[in-house]
Unconditional design. Sequence first.
Length: 486
Amino acid sequence: MTDQIPIIYWYRQDLRTHDLPGLLQAAQSGRPVLPVFILDDDTPGQWRLGGASRWWLHQSLAALMHEFEGLGGKLILKCGNAQKVLQQLLDETGADSIYCSRSYTPWAVQQEETLHASLSKSGMRFKRFAGSLLFEPGSVLTQAGQPFKVFTPFWRAARNAPTPPPPRSLDTSCCWYNYSDEAPTLEELALLPRQPDWAERWGDIWTPGSAGAERALDDFLAQQVINYSEGRDHPAMNATSHLSPHLAFGEISPRVIWQRALHCSEAYPERRQHVDKFLSEVGWREFSYQLLVHFPHIPERPFKPQFEAFPWLGSQQSLQRWQRGETGYPIVDAGMRELWATGYMHNRVRMVVASFLSKHLLTHWREGENWFWDTLVDADLANNACSWQWVAGSGADASPYFRIFNPVAQGEKFDREGVYTRRWVPELSQLPDKYLHKPWEAPAEVMDAAGICLGETYPAPMVDHKAAREAALAAYASIKTNVGRV
DNA sequence: TTTTGAGTTGTTCGA
DNA sequence: GTCGAACAACTCAAA
């Protein structure tokens, strides 16, 4: 009775049931399907999930388990080395096949290859399906057959490439495998923070899971997208999609985003420019993934090799002030505190704080990358690594070295009324707009009236902008001579 | 092979 | 206050 031999569907980064080709094919086989999620903290090494991501994962798994109940099935949880756990499951259930959604992070690619080799030796089938991206890495190449290193031509080529396949739903008539052996509960995975529970109120801000993701997309395309191109730069405006954590955990398929966004463009031609801008942000995710696949050292080493010689400084103490939002530059501190309080930071502010760490504090971008990895609910290896390298100047298509964000000018330009800054740095809330982004310039009577004492109630700026800028330019100049010699 | 045009997100300076 | 130019070459991608 081969049709009774179960298929294991192995969940990792794509925590949904909709538009998941591997799950669909398993279900269509008519054989019983056993969906399993394995928490593997063994294989990823330094890139095991960070704290904020674990909180999200817990909520997302709860949502996915609920989805399976609605489908009449049950998602099984396991933890440990995924290869061993899967081998055990094959033995226990008599399954002969494992399906999954293909991964692109270097450790996961390695893990899949090892698994593939060992399974094919024992006659088992291991099938990987494309589910996380619009364009498979390697499918969009230059005319010379090379990966793109510049975003604009990459995205132009992608948009001219065959369009991603339309999303496909799961049939309702699936046959699920009845797994009765022991498996940990969600609580036993111990993904939630305790003592202290710093995520206590995150449930008010976020709705992890596919339903929350779909709602975020629909709301965005119905409302915020109308003014996305400009609004997206203003952190107080709530003009962005907030889809990043949903995408990072695959709760929504990028093909669904693509299809609905284009549909929105067709229905409302005046939104087209904004929709295109939004899609190009999704395009940056695609770009980062294809860079990561072709240059797997990107999370650890500079993309531009001359940056190996960059004279990074940065003390543990200054890193800590940046992490805690105590730099004395209000827009930087607002961003770092938003991150700590919510597991998220507005994109514009991410650039400002990243520029500040790497250029004003001359701290290695990997310190920032690690901090973001641990604290962001949308932490994504490809986006995180490529974006940090972009800001630091060592990445592909990077920000030029002389582009050093002025945190005062950025605050005044993008948070003119100070709504964002006052929200996250409340000790400055009484300061007039004119001085909000540079409290050290406020006259004594203004500071008194606002109840602020620099160095006591709010830190004095930890570096002088002008001096820091010049030091950064000098540091960058020092590796340029290296380029000439190579 | 060589040539040519272009490249996410900025800042500062001087007119 | 506003505007344009300089920043500083370099690498990429296509013709």
